[in-house]
Design a protein around this ligand. Structure first.
Ligand code: PLP
Length: 451
């Protein structure tokens, strides 16, 4: 009742104050949020707009997904046209042009022999799909003893049981029982002592990949199905891979016949200046998970790019037998496919991946100018990704970064993200140099304000 009374006094745009109660927001401090909600009504290009019409510069591409910016006319038109033509089509035992065309296009963009795409609806589903394909692959290959999955500390792979099992964030794991059995973790790759204020890939840390050899020695390679890592860990505070780390991981996987999965839900589609981070590092994994920016966040979609070696192994049994007992009602949803095809056109026609690459040094220099501000412990940049670690208040972990995010939105018209003690900025790839300046200027003001 107290919450309702407080909200009655305030305009919430189109939302009746009592309607603030029912929605249980994900990964949100609901009670604090509902006392002073950060409401969004519209979006266009680089901006969100609040119900009362304030422009908010989007510093995080929504949630690392709107890489083409917001409400792009050609993407909106493609979704509308698709809805009017074919609203839904089942992907179990039936097909439609959008799914086939999109899969071919993604395969053409992907490195190496990643020539097949399996579709789902989110990054979490993409991860669980990739893990299941890895396990089933070893079964069809007659090596069903390979069941162990290797993740990494501080990894984020969504919220399915597979994803939180291979993930390495204690708060996402500790409330949910025993998780998947037979999972080990590599050490994370961050060291403030060795890496602070690095632009791009840090020099220190490639040797951490060697821990996979320790795990192999402990369990034997014949029990290990796959290793999954984010090329750049995003949601746990932006941890760029040390120089040579991913290459070394690939070598060790090859030595022991272990599948390597790159979770590119954040890195894919231009965030690091390439279609996929795999390309940036010259490392071809056996599977790539994707989601988010595949259609610039407009319609839920995720998927897994799978190597021909894996796909072909499944295609050997009797022809009228289902090869993989897995899939979702909304796999390759026609609206999501249409949105993705239109989005890939925008990326290509506007050379947005090349743009991200060209802007990388400008963005990095601008963010590094915040070095020396109060409480700034470290700044990391890679592609169009930046992170600032703030010293936390002694009594509450991450409190200062939380306050910075709130003040940025409410007072300065800037959307940023926090994870723990880290502020992350990952703007749409259409950001201009002036807007980079504006973003960094506002960040500086906010950091000083919460000092
Ligand atoms: N994998 C990575 C690397 C992610 O960053 C995320 C989300 O941020 C996910 C998986 C989960 O994606 P979703 O929230 O779409 O389930």
């Amino acid at each position: 009742a107290g919450l309702r009374a407080a909200n009655d006094a305030r305009s919430q745009g189109d939302v009746a104050p009592n309607d603030l109660e029912a929605w249980w927001l994900p990964f949100t401090a609901n009670r604090a949020f509902k006392r002073n909600p950060r409401m969004i009504a519209r979006a266009k290009d680089m901006h969100y707009y609040t119900p009362d019409g304030r422009a908010v510069l989007d510093g995080v591409a929504g949630l690392w997904c709107c890489n083409a910016g917001h409400n792009r006319a050609s993407i909106v038109a493609a979704i509308q046209a698709q809805a009017a033509e074919l609203d839904f089509s089942p992907a179990f035992q039936f097909g439609h042009a959008g799914g086939f065309t999109l899969a071919s296009r993604l395969a053409a963009m992907a490195p190496g022999d990643l020539d097949h795409a399996f579709f789902c609806n989110s990054g979490s589903e993409a991860v669980d799909t990739a893990l299941k394909i890895a396990l089933a692959y070893w079964n069809v290959r007659g090596e069903g003893g390979r069941t162990r999955l290797i993740g990494r500390e501080r990894g984020y792979h969504g919220v399915g049981f597979g994803g939180i099992s291979v993930g390495g964030i204690v708060t996402n794991r500790k409330f949910f029982g025993t998780l998947l059995a037979g999972v080990d973790h590599l050490p994370h790759t961050y060291s403030r002592e060795h890496q602070a204020f690095t632009m791009g890939e840090p020099d220190w840390g490639a040797h951490l990949a060697d821990d996979l050899e320790r795990i192999v020695t402990l369990h034997d390679a014949s029990t290990i199905a796959a290793v999954i890592v984010e090329p750049m860990a995003g949601s746990t505070g932006v941890l760029p891979p040390p120089k040579g780390y991913l290459q070394r991981l690939r070598q060790i996987c090859d030595r022991h016949g272990i599948l390597l999965i790159f979770d590119e839900v954040i890195c894919g589609f231009g965030r690091l200046g390439h279609a996929f981070a795999a390309e940036r590092y010259g490392v071809v994994p056996d599977m790539i998970t994707f989601a988010k920016a595949v259609n610039s966040g407009t319609v839920p979609m995720g998927g897994v790019l799978v190597s021909s070696r894996i796909y072909d192994a499944f295609m050997k049994g009797p022809e009228r037998t289902i090869e993989l007992f897995h899939g979702y009602t909304y796999s390759a949803h026609p609206l999501a496919c249409a949105a993705a095809l239109a989005t890939l056109d925008v990326y290509r026609d506007e050379d947005l991946f090349g743009r991200a690459k060209r802007l990388e040094p400008v963005f990095a220099e601008a963010l590094m100018s915040l070095r020396g501000l109060p409480n700034v412990l470290d700044i990391r940049t890679l592609g169009l990704v930046g992170a600032i670690d703030l010293a936390s208040r002694p009594d509450a972990a991450g409190a200062r970064a939380f306050e910075a995010m709130d003040r940025a939105f409410q007072d300065l018209g800037l959307m940023i993200r926090i994870t723990g003690e880290t502020i992350a900025v990952t703007p749409p790839l259409i950001i201009s140099e002036d807007q980079i300046g504006e973003l960094v200027d506002k960040l500086g003001r906010v950091i000083r304000a919460v000092a």
